[in-house]
Design a protein around this ligand. Structure first.
Ligand SMILES: [Zn+2]
Length: 257
């Protein structure tokens, strides 16, 4: 077998999953079915044929325009497909053909949907996080480094800690800070990565979120109330944990003695 053949297959699989994720990103917020009807051009409403719906390749072939009305197709479609393929490839490199790898990829794929929906609409859909909590709780059965107890503690830590933070924020600022969507997302994160994953995720998300918030404020009007969704930062935090968590934690405790 030629080298990297499986990695290439895995990446192509990731591209097609990415294509499905695009459908979820666009249809879940408007509660449309994700299987019906078939994809249409948002400008002219014409059906998109299967040969115009091949991930990335169709976009390049059509030069980013609808075959019928020439309306521009958002660059985000191929971008989501490529992100999905990259993660399929990276998860395979790190975890190989294991249940663990499959579960982590499923988890990351659902986070890709969460990230883009949160960026567009400032909501995190319950249809992902609510089933995600029990699903990833039971998924830990297939994972060597997690037990049901770890998962349960993770759900409590994730749901509980953000609930506490947002409650304090409300008391101090007299307005709602974080949405309930963030709390459910962090509970789902806890289900798969345990309380350590939750602590790591909040730490990274707050640090990166603060940096981005400050730079956004510097570039824009200072007293403008910025509404930066927190879901993408939580997602980036836990993805960092999945790939580099133990390395970063070991390194951190080494330099702090
Ligand atoms: Zn069109």
């Amino acid at each position: 077998m030629p080298p990297y053949l499986i990695e290439i297959y895995v990446s192509i699989f990731g591209l097609f999953i990415g294509s499905f994720l695009n459908v979820c990103i666009h249809r879940l917020p408007v509660s449309a079915s994700i299987v019906h009807p078939r994809s249409m051009c948002p400008s002219c409403g014409s059906m998109i044929r299967f040969y115009d719906n091949i991930p990335v390749i169709s976009y390049l072939f059509l030069k980013g325009r609808c075959r019928h009305c020439s309306a521009a197709i958002s660059l985000r479609y191929p971008l989501v497909e490529i992100i999905s393929a990259l993660f399929a490839f990276c998860v395979y490199l790190k975890y190989g053909p294991t249940w663990e790898g499959f579960i982590y990829y499923t988890f990351i794929a659902s986070l890709i949907v969460v990230i883009f929906i949160d960026l567009d609409h400032q909501i995190i859909p319950d249809v992902i996080t609510l089933p995600g909590i029990p699903l990833f709780f039971f998924a830990t059965f297939f994972m060597s480094r997690m037990t049901f107890m770890d998962s349960l503690l993770g759900i409590l830590a994730g749901g509980g800690s953000l609930f506490l933070i947002s409650w304090i924020y409300e008391l101090v600022r007299k307005k709602t800070g974080m949405g309930g969507g963030d709390i459910k997302l962090l509970a789902m994160i806890g289900a798969l990565t345990g309380w350590k994953g939750v602590v790591f995720t909040i730490y990274v998300a707050s640090a990166v979120g603060t940096l981005v918030g400050i730079s956004a404020m510097l570039y824009r009007n200072k007293d403008m109330q910025l509404k930066i969704p927190f879901g993408p930062f939580l997602s980036l935090g836990v993805i960092t944990y999945i790939f580099f968590g133990s390395e970063i934690i070991n390194w951190y405790f080494k330099i702090t003695g």
